[in-house]
Unconditional design. Structure first.
Length: 144
């Protein structure tokens, strides 16, 4: 079978992508906190097409990144505020939200995992003679 001659025309269906419209739309969608799959649905395109557009059109990819930075910044600020605690006014009464221990743990484990992770590494050097015996304390629900 012989290969067909190139005609100078692209194969397949023409793209729906419009560089004048789509970067602005996608930046606004991303700024709402939408995930990629949901943004593809709103644009009425397949998720594979969405990723192709990100690859082929730098202005589209940059608009996604710019839009996604907005909610990320807001969530980071809210998490930091929970870690520090804050005061607020509720019906003329000043209230205090004390620092949230779980927010602090989450923050530290993710920002400084080498210092704050739960996993402990124990290194043994030397020869082990005989069987290795591990002695554990009582677990949850066990007596003393």
């Amino acid at each position: 079978m012989m290969a067909s001659k190139p005609t100078g025309k692209p194969n397949g269906r023409p793209t729906k992508y419009d560089p004048k419209i789509h970067p602005g739309i996608i930046a606004k969608l991303a700024a709402t906190g939408m995930i990629d799959e949901d943004m593809a649905v709103v644009l009425d395109i397949n998720i594979a097409t969405y990723y192709r557009w990100k690859e082929a059109h730098p202005e589209f990819s940059e608009a996604v990144a710019r839009g996604k930075s907005t909610p990320l910044t807001a969530v980071e600020a809210a998490l930091y505020r929970l870690c520090k605690g804050y005061t607020y006014d509720e019906g003329g009464v000043k209230r205090t939200k004390h620092p949230d221990v779980r927010a602090i743990q989450f923050y530290l484990k993710n920002v400084a995992p080498d210092k704050w992770r739960d996993k402990q590494e124990v290194e043994h050097s030397g020869e082990i003679k005989g069987p290795l015996v591990i002695i554990r304390g009582p677990g949850k629900g066990e007596g003393k």
